[in-house]
Design a protein around this ligand. Sequence first.
Ligand code: D41
Length: 752
Amino acid sequence: MADLAAVGVADLAPEQAAAEWQRLAEAVSRANRAYHTEDAPEISDAEYDALKRRLAAIEDRFPDLAAGSPTQQVGAALAEGFAKVRHAARMLSLENAFEDAEVTEFDDRIRRYLNLAADAPLAFTAEPKIDGLSLSLRYEDGTLVQAATRGDGEMGENVTANARTIADIPQRLTGAPAVLEVRGEVYMSHADFAALNERQAAAGGKTFANPRNAAAGSLRQLDAAITAARPLRFFAYGWGELSAPLAGTQSGAIARLAELGFRTNPLTRLCRSPAEMLDQYRAIEAGRAGLGYDIDGVVYKVDDLALQARLGFRSTTPRWALAHKFPAELAWTRLEAIDIQVGRTGALSPVARLTPVTVGGVVVSNATLHNEDYIAGRDSRGAPIRGGKDIRIGDQVQVYRAGDVIPKVADVDLTARPDGAEPYAFPDRCPECGSPAVREEGDSVRRCSGGLICPAQAVEKLKHAVSRGAFDIEGLGAKQVEMFFADPALPIREPADIFTLEARDAAEPLRKLKNREGWGEKSATNLFRAIDERRQIPLPRLIFALGIRHVGEVAAQDLARHYGSWEAMTAALDRARPAALAHRAADAAEQAERAAALAEGRRARVSEARAAAVAAADLPAEAAAAWSDLVATDGIGPVLALSLSDAFANPEERAAIDRLAAHLTVTAPAARQTAGSPIAGKTLVFTGTLEKMARAEAKARAEAMGAKVAGSVSAKTDLVIAGPGAGSKAAKAAELGVEVIDEDAWLALIGG
Ligand code: D41
């Protein structure tokens, strides 16, 4: 046989191309494995690149060969070693509580949402919260086919080979539903952790700070043989996708998982009241030290699965579950210095530099001091905190750490204060750019007024733009952003620069990315491809990526859903601008009126003052309409609306936004599952008292069926649902000729 490797791609016959493709694909896969999982590259980067280029050239000519090719799996999977997998059902996280009172509030809140009387039965399971990492196991026809870490809840890492080595995880199940996703916590016992660290130390290897880190490090081994040698355990606590229900209750479903062969936590109890939940919390806390593994609280879940389904979830947490954390761990140490960090929105955040101290198994040397008032010993309303004790450099301070929360300085020991310690003077200029740092009325945070000229703000905004919920560009994380921000040859100073990087690199004669330390042909190309993948971006991600104050992921989704397209949103914000300015003027007029009234000893006429300011602006009707449409959007209040409007009206910021958008194709939000929904696309307003379904549930149901829920009635309203006591809104609806129905008609409309 002729040596195919010597034949040019253009000259290969189809069957030769297939054979050559096979050879190259295997060589690339082998090289990938050697490089990524065995940490032992067998060929040079240049040889690797040549193989891949030839493979790609063949696939260009014979596209049928490309499916499943290693050229299709550059980037994420290879760079990080594990393939990403999308969870069939999202892995939610848990809402946290720290106080006993929050358990009663949880019960109250659920009763209110479900419209249950205070004495109606409502049971909860209570189980220890294992301090490990969550894992989702997928079984099809009784066989384990996939194990994935939680990741961001939507996408996790495929760790199937590793999970198969864990003795607590069954490989096969009998009598299970055809599709069953089991969720639970992977952890390591105290004894196994100590023994592992001893072995590691003896072998000169890396030791772990705590059992949680050891479990995470062991599960995320690229070589499953290493995982197999690590003593990991697994408790099942829940489920994801199912082809048939496991039971009618949480406790029944967990019992079923136990029957199927999973370990479930023996301390799980069914509780019939908040008092019983707290009893179980105390019992678990009392037994904590003797368990032999780390737990960080107790998880309560509504037992009745039909009620769980009605309660549903918020953006990332179910309404039917609560994690009641144990009190955080504390330690005392010396405050060495206070550094000021400048954030994305210019906030000056004081950070305590501490003499390192171990808090709950973790060495802490930095902690947050929140803001200027916190250091001075006042809360946001001016009331004393810590009895009004201020914090000074050199003080003995108490450091507090709770779970994954950033450690904070909680208290100060005045008896140990060194002589001559001075009250801390919070800077009134930005330490990064020298611009004045100002505090707005009612804001506890001092902010740099430099905007995008402040390098700290610019770089933080960029980091935000590439973060997970935003552009999420593989290979362009916070570290790389800092590198590019400071790079004289290929700078990235604003998000738009990301999308010109490849073109600038191509035109760059001397300092090409691939020739830099830490970069090569492969990583540079991977980065450019990862950037290309994001030239098309869903609208909510783009809005979130802008890093506008108060516009988080949820608000970005609300805005995207409301406006439907980037063009519609920018046009509406431009139209609304005069009204936004009038509202700023009204805020100022309100403050002036309050001050004047105080001085003159009379009652402030706030609404008159505001109305006069708005009237003086003589707003065009379309501005007023665009503004009321924006602030009537559910989830968007005047504070957010003003912040958004300011960002789009600031000439420098707007120019940067437009430059970015020019590189992008913005995709509309995916339509909800609303086929056949009678209210899809309609704008609804609820008013008055609903008797069978609480307002929050009604709203969630309406949104799930594709409707928008607004807070006030306007010409855009399609339907008003009025309960008893509906007042001005029902009247307004009648005046505008909007259809009004009662709660029974609403229930009939949504089918129960
Ligand atoms: O023991 C745990 N760490 C635990 C975690 C538990 N016992 N139950 C959990 N239940 C849930 C829901 C209610 C969302 C199914 C959880 C977690 N979630 C969880 N752990 C980490 C993220 C989510």
